[in-house]
Design a protein around this ligand. Structure first.
Ligand code: ZN
Length: 263
């Protein structure tokens, strides 16, 4: 959203074309008509949703899913450029999503908070309500593994698998530790680690965006060097042990068995 803001903020959508009727869900009816002529007032974010507010009282709610990207000023419109937005400044942005797990919804701005997608989402990890107290409330008396609690969007908004793995590593918490048994000192480390890994990821994304002339001008997911994520069998950055991987609820958890001992 930080990358898209300078392209879209204050601009009129001059043409919006959907090349298919659906992504993960059906696209909003008459999406092109409803957006064409509207001015983008503000771009924001809630959890993993990008929020693009227009002067018509609508907000476009965007989720990149697994593989979605926003291609800015692409040379050619490709097969997976499902929705193409043109703005008055002559810029073209294509929502590209090969696997189509992404979504676009159009909601009324004044009730956006109560929209089913957004209503039950917990506090933002980079917002004022995040901290040790929130983690203590979320973990107290819980038998669910720490990993699952951190991925639960109702408890904390927007944490994805990668950042949960990295934060648990920094806090020295085994991903299978029942929430209620995590010691206070480790919860405190977790309260510091979560915003830290997110800030580092945003900074890494930022450095990619500055390089905006990157061949396809893509905004979206970016690779970064992780301590444990995706590093099964590699040496831990902090000790001699090898990074391990287990599967929890169908998602891979990467961790160091020495730095994050089983409870
Ligand atoms: Zn280690």
């Amino acid at each position: 959203m930080r990358g898209l803001t300078p392209v879209w903020e204050g601009q009129v959508f001059t043409r919006v074309v959907a090349h298919r009727p659906d992504l993960r869900r059906p696209l909003p009816e008459a999406l092109g008509q409803r957006l064409t002529g509207a001015t983008v007032v503000r771009l924001g974010r809630r959890a993993k949703y990008g929020l693009i507010e227009t002067d018509r009282g609508d907000t476009l709610v965007l989720h990149l899913g697994m593989s979605g990207r926003m291609r800015v000023d692409p040379d050619v419109i490709g097969k997976h450029d499902h929705v193409v937005f043109e703005t008055g400044n002559g810029r073209v942005v294509a929502f590209n999503d090969a696997r189509r797990f992404g979504s676009l919804d159009l909601v009324e701005t004044h009730v956006a908070d109560q929209h089913p997608l957004l209503a039950s989402i917990g506090p933002e990890p980079l917002g004022p309500d995040f901290g040790l107290a929130l983690l203590q409330r979320s973990f107290a008396d819980r038998l669910a593994p720490a990993k699952a609690l951190l991925l639960d969007q109702r408890l904390i908004a927007g944490l994805g698998n990668i950042y949960v793995c990295e934060a648990l590593f920094r806090a020295g918490i085994h991903p299978e530790t029942p929430g209620g048994t995590v010691p206070a000192a480790q919860l405190q480390r977790l309260a510091t680690a979560i915003p830290a890994v997110l800030h580092e990821a945003i900074a890494a994304g930022g450095s990619t965006l500055r390089d905006h002339a990157a061949p396809d001008g893509t905004l979206g997911y970016f690779q970064k060097d992780f301590a444990v994520y995706g590093r099964e069998g590699a040496a831990c950055a902090q000790c001699a042990a090898l990074v391990a991987r287990i599967v929890q609820s169908g998602r891979s958890s990467f961790f160091c068995p020495a730095c994050q001992p089983r409870p």
